[in-house]
Each structure stands twice: as structure tokens, then as C-alpha cells.
Design a protein around this ligand. Structure first.
Ligand SMILES: [Zn+2]
Length: 243
């Protein structure tokens, strides 16, 4: 056993460490009753992993503050409360469903109901559990893709392979998505569908409208999000930005 790591080394007392607990050794060897050595990670290892995931997730500082706790759901319409509950349930269920075909969540419909807030809360919660989430805001994401055609393949690859992919405001903007958008989106969704990799989707479009754009995309999203899908129909009174 490396006792100097456990007890502190006289020569190291002058040094300062990022983690005083493990003195940047990232863990300790322990010996069990049979005398077998095993390693245990310090909590700073998970902390660093979370920092790294958050940094590469493209989630802005503002969005990192979105939690279930600061989502205002009291007195809101039933369907908004339902979306809140489904999103929270998804986080709880995540570990047991992540490798199934129905491992994804979709919050669809009216703008201004808090869809983005709720899926940000899902993302932030998953990241705190050490899950890698990549955020792809539809409009900005495609602008970025188009700005550098040489790197499209590499970037699509990352969106295909991320542990969890959050596509925010899917199909936002123009009336019809472009062929480029449909092609790239299909490449991403189909890959993730076949590999059972979760997606989080927010969109003003319903599944039926998605299918009108591209049935192969819409039907896959529908199947993946079957168990965690809320479509917020209804009038302008649901928009909290106007209240
Ligand atoms: Zn440590």
C-alpha cells in the first residue's frame, strides 16, 4: 500500500493540490480482508468528468442554470405539468431504459411552454450523473455545419455517437427543412435508432408534421420517444412569455 499517499508526505506539505483530499492521485489503493488490493477513485475524478462533459456539451452558462427546481409549474395548464412530470420521470428511468429502443424523450408543440427549459433540466441532471450529453440547437447547429463543409462528416459523426443527443427546436425556421437538413438529420437519427442511442427532442412540429417532411425521420423519432412524449396543443394562453 502506498502509505505516503494516505498519510501525506512530509516533502509534499508545501505543495498545493487541485484536490487536497487525494493530493491529485485521483484515488487510493485499499486492501480487503483477504489481503487483495483494489483501487477506489476519489470524488474529484467524477467532478472532473462532469466539468469535461459540460464543457464539450455546448450548453451555455445560462442554460446550465435550468433545473426542475426553477421550472415554474404550479398553476400551469395540465399538459405543461404533464411535460414536467414526464421529463423528471425520464431522468429517474434513464439508467434502466437507455439501451432500449424506447429510450428517448420528445416535448412537442406550442412555443413558450418551457420545452427547452425542461430538456435542459434533463440534460443538466444527466450530466451530473456523468452522462455525456451533446446539445444541438437546430438553427445555430446547421449554420455551423454549413460554415465548414470540410468538417461536416466529422461533426455529424459526433452527433451520431454522443451518449445522449439533445436536438433543440427541430425543424424551426423556414416552412420546409432543406434537403441538406433532411439528409443530415436522417443520418443522425437512423444511426442512433439502430444503435439504441437516446435523443432528446424539442420541436414546435408534431410527429405528423415531421412525417410530412420525412416519414423515415418522423416514424423513428415517434418510436424512440414513444414512452416519454408530450405534445402540447392548445391556444396562446399556454405561452408563459405572454403572461
Ligand atoms: Zn481527489
Amino acid at each position: 500500500m502506498k502509505t505516503d499517499q494516505l498519510n501525506g508526505n512530509a516533502n509534499q506539505t508545501q505543495q498545493s493540490f487541485n484536490c487536497e483530499k487525494c493530493k491529485d492521485q485521483e484515488g487510493w489503493f485499499y486492501r480487503n480482508e483477504e489481503g487483495k488490493e483494489y483501487w477506489r477513485d476519489c470524488e474529484c475524478v467524477m467532478k472532473k468528468r462532469i466539468e469535461r462533459i459540460m464543457k464539450s456539451s455546448h450548453i451555455t452558462e445560462e442554460f446550465q442554470k435550468k433545473t426542475f427546481g426553477n421550472f415554474d409549474h404550479e398553476g400551469r395548464p395540465d399538459v405543461v405539468v404533464q411535460a414536467f412530470q414526464i421529463a423528471r420521470k425520464y431522468v429517474i428511468d434513464y439508467r434502466s431504459i437507455k439501451q432500449t429502443r424506447h429510450n428517448s424523450v420528445a416535448l412537442l408543440g406550442r412555443p413558450g411552454c418551457g420545452k427547452t427549459h425542461l430538456l435542459m433540466a434533463v440534460s443538466n441532471n444527466l450530466i451530473q450523473k456523468g452522462v455525456e450529453v451533446v446539445y444541438f440547437p437546430w438553427v445555430e447547429g446547421f449554420n455551423e455545419l454549413k460554415s465548414d463543409f470540410d468538417r461536416v462528416e466529422e461533426r455529424i459523426n459526433r452527433l451520431q455517437r454522443a451518449e445522449v443527443l439533445y436536438i433543440d427546436d427541430m425543424f424551426k425556421g423556414r416552412k420546409e427543412p432543406t434537403d441538406f437538413q433532411k439528409e443530415q438529420l436522417f443520418a443522425i437519427i437512423n444511426f442512433r435508432y439502430l444503435e439504441n442511442k437516446p435523443i432528446l427532442v424539442s420541436s414546435e412540429k408534431s410527429i405528423a408534421e415531421m412525417c410530412e417532411f420525412d416519414e423515415a425521420i418522423g416514424s423513428r423519432i415517434n418510436e424512440m420517444c414513444r414512452d416519454y412524449k408530450v405534445t402540447i396543443a392548445g391556444g396562446i394562453e399556454l405561452n408563459y412569455r405572454l403572461q
